[in-house]
Each structure stands twice: as structure tokens, then as C-alpha cells.
Design a protein around this ligand. Structure first.
Ligand code: ADP
Ligand code: MG
Length: 352
């Protein structure tokens, strides 16, 4: 097993533990139903809310954990099928994906899936809203860096890095009618900062439609649907950037997403400096703001995903302004360990 694989499995194991902690215990899969009291057909239509199902998958280079209550037997597999379908559309490394086709089109127009088109539209809007701090056209710059955390870490030369910056501008993505996309030759896109949010939204829709309650976690994107069968809200831990297997705090939510971007997620330390995977589109260098973690709690996981990434770039002052201007709930952790909240956040989510 390579070091990277063993890291991945270690992470999967710890995330599974985290997931179990997050979702608490509702008495396993014992439904408490006496055999024969409910006709089989009816029992199948309305699974017992207490019946808990869990699953762990690996998509988008990320561990995905799923916990469902009162779900039909096949829902976990349906979720994995959706994750796989989205990976095949949105991954920049899978040949033939929409993103690969856009990146390889050399200035030509391509027709994409309506969902890909919609993600690009939202990405472009959020890029405008954040003054370009969020830019999916960061791809030619991310391609110069490697943040795997093992021997292969790469810091690009200044020449290389600076020569790519003119290719970063989301407003140059042309979104035409009938789901067409035209990217100027040389430019590339990377949906790593938004795709998981979109998928979390879609999985949440599935859970809402078919199960009593549930929670999905795709890396930094958590979506909680409904309440646990005992009536309590879900608890979601906010990772402590200094000690990533502990929590800085816990919040209690129902029916919304909690999305965190952190400089601790992917990266490496070299010469006393933290090199991490969230790049400043203006410099092509890992964002150097005063923030190490940004969290949004809201309805749209896609928007939260992109905004959280942008906030790491723009820093605490502008991040608080941005959240307030959009009427959104957010919390930010600064390099010095202090925590900032938008108004009322701690009370609303019972932050502890
Ligand atoms: P994670 O993927 O760990 O949840 P984020 O949601 O913050 O973290 O997204 C980071 C990913 O987004 C990077 O790995 C890269 O693919 C891409 N990215 C890096 N910098 C930016 C940026 N300034 N704007 C948009 N996407 C970015
Ligand atoms: Mg993001």
C-alpha cells in the first residue's frame, strides 16, 4: 500500500468515527416492530423512522459518509450511483467528463449536461460576487501545484506561476443557449471548490424525498435533512484547524447544510510555511489571509461551498461583510485561534 493510500484509509476510518459521533445513536437497526403486525407491502412503503442505515464511499478524491433513518433498502446505492454519475460529469481528471471536454476544446464551443451548465452559471455569479476570490478558472494555476502531503509536493517557480495568472477570469466563460459553453483557448476550469456542494444538495433532495431523515458528509460539506427520530437536531462538529481530529465547536442544525473550507484540509508545511490548496487567484499562491477556516450554514451547499473557499482568500474582515451583505450565517476561525461569528450565530445553532 502506498503512503497516499494508507493516508486515505486512515482518513476514511477516522471520518467514519466522526460520522458516528456526529449522528449520535438511536438504537441501531432494531425497529421495535412485531413481525406480522404490519402487512409486508405497507411496511415496505413506509420504513420505520428508527431504522438506521449507514454507508461509506470514496468519490471526488474524498471520503463520503451517509447515515439515513427510515430509508428504503436501495437508497444508499442510489446515492452512490448519483455520486458516480456526477463524478463522471464534473471531474477534471476523468476523460470524457463535461469538464474535460470543456478544458480540451481549445476555444471551441461544447454542449454540456444542463446540470453542468447550471453549476457554471452559479460559479460565475459567485466569482463576480466575491471580486474573483472564487474562480473556477484557477485550474491552470492549481495544475502547477501538488498538495498530496507526501514526497511529491511541488512549489512552482515564480515565472511559471505568474505566467498563468492572465488565464484566470471566470467572466470570460461564455454560457450560451442550449447548454453550450465556450472557454477561450488556454483557459481551464476546476470545480473542486463547488462541485461537492452541488452534489450534497442533490443527495439531500433524494433523502428529503425518500427517507425520514439523514446526513451526508462529503469532505467539508455536511447536509442534514430533518431531525433524528427522537426529535433532536443533528450535531455537527467544526474541525479544530490546529488539531484536526478534534472539534473547535459543535453546532446543532436541522434541514440545512454546514460547509467548511480550511487551509488544513490539503497541503504541506515547508520551511515553517503552510502551503495549502486554496489559491489566491490574484497571486496564484496559497491564500495568505488571516483565516484558517470558514463555515457557512444555509440552504444551498453549492453556494456555501464556493463562499467558504472565497472567504479563506479574502480574509476575516471582508468575509464577515460578505456574509452579512447576503444575510447568511457564518463562522470563521483566524490563524490566532479566535472565532468570529455573524450576528446571532451562536444562539441560533447552540454553538458549544
Ligand atoms: P475542499 O475541496 O477541501 O472541500 P474547498 O471547497 O475550499 O476545499 O475547495 C478547494 C478546491 O477548489 C481546491 O482543491 C481547488 O481544486 C479549487 N480551488 C482552489 N482555489 C480556488 C479558488 N480561489 N477559487 C475556486 N476554486 C479554487
Ligand atoms: Mg469550496
Amino acid at each position: 500500500m502506498t503512503k497516499r493510500q494508507s493516508n486515505m484509509w486512515l482518513r476514511m476510518l477516522s471520518l467514519l468515527l466522526v460520522c458516528l459521533l456526529l449522528t449520535g445513536c438511536t438504537g441501531g437497526t432494531d425497529t421495535g416492530v412485531q413481525p406480522g403486525l404490519i402487512p409486508a407491502a405497507q411496511a415496505e412503503e413506509t420504513p420505520d423512522p428508527n431504522k438506521k442505515t449507514t454507508g461509506v464511499g470514496f468519490y471526488f478524491d474524498t471520503v463520503v459518509t451517509l447515515t439515513l433513518w427510515g430509508a428504503p433498502e436501495d437508497l444508499v446505492n442510489e446515492v452512490w450511483a448519483e455520486c458516480s454519475r456526477y463524478e463522471k460529469l464534473l471531474s477534471k481528471t476523468i476523460q470524457g467528463s463535461d469538464v474535460s471536454r470543456i478544458n480540451n476544446a481549445a476555444g471551441q464551443t461544447v454542449t454540456v449536461d444542463p446540470e453542468t451548465w447550471e453549476i457554471l452559471r452559479r460559479a460565475k455569479d459567485i466569482s463576480a460576487l466575491t471580486g474573483g476570490a472564487f474562480s473556477i478558472t484557477i485550474a491552470p494555476v492549481t495544475a502547477l501545484w501538488t498538495f498530496t502531503g507526501v514526497e511529491t509536493n511541488v512549489i512552482p517557480t515564480d515565472d511559471k506561476r505568474l505566467s498563468m495568472l492572465h488565464l484566470v477570469d471566470d467572466q470570460k466563460i461564455v454560457l450560451g443557449e442550449n447548454n453550450t459553453v465556450t472557454l477561450p483557448a488556454g483557459m481551464q476550469i476546476d470545480l473542486g471548490g463547488i462541485a461537492k456542494g452541488y452534489i450534497a444538495d442533490k443527495v439531500a433532495e433524494l433523502i428529503r424525498e425518500k427517507a425520514y431523515a439523514g446526513i451526508i458528509s462529503l469532505g467539508g460539506n455536511v447536509y442534514t435533512v430533518g431531525r433524528k427520530p427522537d426529535g433532536s437536531r443533528f450535531s455537527v462538529g467544526i474541525t479544530n484547524p490546529e488539531e484536526t481530529y478534534t472539534y473547535k465547536g459543535i453546532i446543532y442544525t436541522e434541514g440545512c447544510t454546514v460547509v467548511t473550507s480550511g487551509t488544513y484540509e490539503r497541503g504541506f508545511n515547508f520551511g515553517g510555511v503552510r502551503f495549502h490548496h486554496i489559491l489566491d487567484p490574484k497571486t496564484g499562491w496559497p491564500a495568505q489571509s488571516d483565516l484558517v477556516s470558514a463555515t457557512f450554514v444555509m440552504d444551498s451547499s453549492m453556494t456555501a461551498d464556493a463562499l467558504a473557499t472565497a472567504c479563506i482568500v479574502i480574509g476575516s474582515e471582508k468575509a464577515l461583510e460578505l456574509a452579512a451583505s447576503q444575510g447568511l450565517d457564518a463562522m470563521f476561525i483566524k490563524k490566532d485561534g479566535s472565532v468570529l461569528f455573524t450576528d446571532g450565530f451562536e444562539q441560533k445553532y447552540n454553538y458549544q
